[in-house]
Write a protein of this length. Sequence first.
Length: 255
Amino acid sequence: MLFSMVHVSSFDPAEKMLEIQLRPSAPSLRALSREVWDRVVEASGGAILRVQSGSEVDAYVLSESSLFVSDRAMSLLTCGRTLLPRSFMVLLDHIRPADFSGLRFSRQRDRFPTEALSSFEEDLAELSRVVEGSVETASSGVEQLATFEVGRLVFGFDFRIFMSGLGPIKRRLFEEPSARPEALLRSLSLPGDEPETVQIHAFSPSGHSLNWVRGPEAFAVHVSPEPTANVASVATNSREPASRVALLESALQIF
């Protein structure tokens, strides 16, 4: 963690996502330098570990999940104790406000709220200083996803699967290297042609991230098998119903 001055007892798997979309006339986001994206990610409390470019999307493996950048859209997925509004403020140094056509910030309920560096309400207040939007909340049992949205996103990661309580057998598959968890993750795919980019990263002491890209389509998988987290998630920007069904079926089988 980059926030080493804060004592934390457990990793918080609650996911946060910041997405932006630009107007067709805006300069390409992919033209921004690696230095700029380093600052964007570091502002939230994360770091870029590696990047790989496809024909239409650049995929970044982060210390706190994933970043996908196309010419007109960006999706920054994080977990842990990140501060995504700060990333947006850095982006404003490089993108004219008039070039934005949409923004979405979403955040799951914190697993350890007393150790969080901010609340959704505080994040909302910071974003609302520069943009005006609406708030929606979706709940299922104890789980909750709060969303702040400005305008309309066409290329966002709208299809998301959250899985909690993986069970001891599934957890061991992702905790023990001999179980070859990378092979399990590679079995996740979208129907059709082979992907351009598949990035798999194993975290220490446990946890995995996968970034998958083919043309404009992308999806991310994040697995946190440790007992205090015990979750997995899948998110995609694919609009194809068959692709979404395929991901859901694969996720249910693996996790």
